[in-house]
Design a protein around this ligand. Structure first.
Ligand code: NAP
Length: 320
């Protein structure tokens, strides 16, 4: 389709605006661009989303030796751009998505589109401890791949019991002198062989323990732990705390219009259709059981299938 312009604002009206340049977003952009649609991707930082902060990805097929997330993100971007998708580096501030022409306000101006793919992903969930935020960058970190090198030869604590905590602990075990994994229960959410892998890499797992205080002077000096079974309190000296306590979907700015579940995920099934016509939710920001790169890319392809149907219906109504 050709880009038309809004007669009042003279802004182009794109066929598709994708919000978020992670794997879901750039797959939607690739499929849409290959179908000849005019598509823009709005990305605030760089391609890849959360994936870009992962050192080694071994569960995305096609890369037998693994690939780092930053490179994979760049390649997904290039793949979409080869067919004409455009990337606008901008942060989306608000959006009005219920009309036929969707209006997106960004820090570099307004973007108009007939359809919108919401691909904003999710961000690390803080532990919610006092001073956690003020100690960020002074011993408290949320991304082992990004900040791990600052703790070379030091002692760190990873908090959490999911896939991220396991991956972070294994990554840090290659860099740090000592890694503890602190988990509030007695079993991980990660695959069963994870405990063996962690132990083999020298990670010490402290089960049934919650971090109840971050100890510090100028920098973090340790954590205070409370045993969730006995209530016993103990202090553990460390230089860094890597929080891997799950994620919060980055959907705040859409929640007035787009239906979300109680955790803030955008409600959409495998069709990726949201409650608003012409608005689709893909990747980690969508309600789903398995949040992986492959499921995000699959969502991107599905979104374009259904948005093409929607655009064709609109065209049909217009012609009648
Ligand atoms: P997650 O699976 O939701 O796990 C979060 C962990 O943090 C849980 O173990 C939870 O404990 C713990 N937790 C939550 N709040 C806490 C608090 N206030 N204090 C202490 N602990 C707290 O999150 P994730 O590991 O970030 O993974 C998110 C999604 O991405 C998952 O679907 C995961 O499979 C996927 N992922 C996959 C890979 C991979 O395949 N390699 C890598 C990274 C992420 P409880 O267990 O007690 O609830």
């Amino acid at each position: 389709m050709n880009t038309t312009t809004n007669s009042v604002s003279q802004l182009p009206i794109h066929d598709v605006a994708v919000i978020g340049g992670g794997p879901g977003g750039y797959t939607a952009a690739l499929y849409a661009a290959r179908s000849g649609l005019d598509v823009v991707v709005l990305e605030k930082l760089s391609a890849g989303g959360q994936m870009a902060t992962t050192n080694e990805i071994d569960n995305y097929p096609g890369f037998p030796d693994g690939i780092d997330g930053y490179t994979l993100g760049e390649q997904m971007q290039k793949g979409a751009e080869r067919f004409g998708a455009k990337t606008i580096l901008a942060e989306v501030l608000s959006a009005k998505l219920d009309g036929l022409v969707k209006e997106i306000e960004t820090d570099t101006g307004k973007v108009l589109a007939r359809t919108v793919v919401l691909a904003t992903g999710a961000s690390p969930r803080p532990l919610g401890l006092p001073e956690e935020e003020s100690l960020r960058g002074r011993g408290v970190a949320y991304c082992a791949t990004c900040d791990g090198m600052m703790y070379r030869g030091k002692t760190v604590v990873v908090v959490g019991g999911g896939n991220t905590a396991v991956a972070d602990a294994l990554h840090l075990a290659k860099i740090c002198q000592k890694v503890y994994l602190v988990h509030r229960r007695d079993s991980l959410r990660a695959p069963a062989n994870s405990v063996k892998a962690l132990t083999q890499h020298g990670v010490e797992i402290l089960w049934n323990r919650k971090v109840t205080e971050i100890l510090h002077d100028q920098l973090v000096t340790g954590v205070r732990l409370t045993d969730t079974k006995t209530g016993e309190i103990s202090d553990l000296a460390c230089d860094g705390v890597f929080v891997a306590a799950g994620r919060i979907p980055d959907t705040q700015i859409f929640r007035d219009e787009v239906k979300t579940d109680e955790a803030g995920y955008l409600v959409a099934d495998e069709t990726t259709r949201t409650n608003l016509p012409g608005v689709y939710a893909v990747g980690d920001a969508r309600t789903k059981a398995v949040r992986q790169i492959v499921t995000a890319t699959a969502d991107g392809a599905c979104a374009v299938h259904f948005l093409e149907e929607y655009l064709a219906e609109q065209e049909h109504h217009h012609e009648q």
